[in-house]
Ligand binder design. Structure first.
Ligand code: SAM
Length: 245
C-alpha cells in the first residue's frame, strides 16, 4: 500500500434491509455511528431516500448526509454522467481520509446501486478499502411476511429481475423449485400472463412494500390480476410445489 492509499478513508456499503427499521443489523448501526459522512442514492425528482429514512434515528445529528441524485431515465449517457459526478463526490470525501457509508435498501450486493458505485470508485481509487455490511434482502423479508419457505432440503432457488417482463420465468421454474421475481412493477401485466401460461397461478405470492405502510401480501391470483400498477417495491415468490397453507 502506498502513502496515498494509506490516507484514503474506507467506503462502507451498508444494507439497511427492505423497510422495517428493526431489520437493520447491529453492525450497520455501529458503522453508521462511526463514519464521517453518509451518502444515499435518491431520484433527482424529489431527492427522497427510503434507505435514509430507515436509518435516520441511528445517525448522529452532526454526521453530514448527502443525496446522490440520479435522473429517472434509461438514457445511458445521462445515467453515466450522473454516476460519474456522484462517484467524484464520494472520491473527494474518501480522499480527505474520511470513512464513508453508502446506504442501500436490502443488501448492497443484490440488485443494488452500490455495485455500480463500488466499481467506479475502485477504478478511480484502486487501493481504496471497501467493506460491505450485508442487509436482509427484500425477498427474505417478503418470505417471512407471507410465511412462505424460500427453499428447503435439496431444492434450488433462482432470483431474477422482472424488469424486462416474465420471459425468463419459464426457464427459471424449469431449473428451480422456487423463483423470486424482483422489480415486477414495470412489466406487471406481462409477468401475470407468463405466470398463467406456466400454470403457476396457485403457486405465487405477491408482496409489496414489505415492512412499510401500505404493505400488501397477496396469494389469491385473481386479486393479483386486479392490481393495475404495483408499487416499485414489489416482488413475487413462485413455488413450483404450490404455496403452503
Ligand atoms: C433495485 S432492487 C433492490 C434490491 C435490494 N438490494 C434487496 O436486497 O432486496 C429493487 C427491488 O427490490 C424489491 N424490493 C425492495 N424493497 C422491497 C420491499 N420493501 N417490499 C417488496 N419488494 C421490495 C422490489 O422488487 C424492487 O423493485
Amino acid at each position: 500500500m502506498n502513502e496515498e492509499q494509506a490516507m484514503l478513508g474506507t467506503l462502507y456499503g451498508i444494507g439497511v434491509g427492505p423497510g422495517d427499521p428493526e431489520l437493520l443489523t447491529l453492525k450497520a448501526v455501529r458503522v453508521l455511528k462511526a463514519v464521517s459522512h453518509v451518502f444515499a442514492a435518491a431520484s433527482s425528482k424529489n431527492d427522497y431516500s427510503l434507505a435514509l429514512e430507515i436509518v435516520r434515528e441511528h445517525l448522529p445529528p452532526e454526521t453530514p448526509v448527502d443525496h446522490l441524485l440520479f435522473p429517472m431515465t434509461f438514457h445511458a449517457e445521462s445515467l453515466e454522467n450522473a454516476w460519474t459526478a456522484n462517484c467524484e463526490r464520494v472520491v473527494q470525501i474518501l480522499g480527505e481520509g474520511k470513512h464513508v457509508a453508502f446506504l442501500t435498501i436490502g443488501d448492497p450486493l443484490t440488485f443494488s446501486t452500490f455495485i455500480y458505485l463500488m466499481r467506479k470508485i475502485r477504478n478511480r481509487l484502486p487501493g481504496v478499502k471497501i467493506v460491505t455490511v450485508p442487509g436482509i434482502t427484500s425477498f427474505q423479508a417478503a418470505a417471512a411476511c407471507a410465511t412462505v419457505p424460500l427453499a428447503e432440503g435439496e431444492e434450488a432457488i433462482t432470483i431474477i429481475s422482472g424488469a424486462k417482463g416474465g420471459d425468463r420465468l419459464k426457464e427459471a421454474i424449469r431449473v428451480s423449485e422456487n423463483v423470486v421475481l424482483m422489480k415486477t412493477y414495470k412489466q406487471f401485466p406481462q409477468i401475470v400472463s407468463q405466470i398463467e401460461e406456466a400454470g403457476l397461478t396457485d403457486s405465487c405470492c405477491f408482496v409489496s412494500r414489505c415492512g412499510l405502510d401500505g404493505q400488501v401480501v397477496e396469494r389469491d391470483f385473481k386479486r393479483v390480476c386486479e392490481i393495475q400498477q404495483p408499487h416499485y417495491l414489489s416482488l413475487m415468490i413462485i413455488k413450483k410445489r404450490g404455496l403452503e397453507p
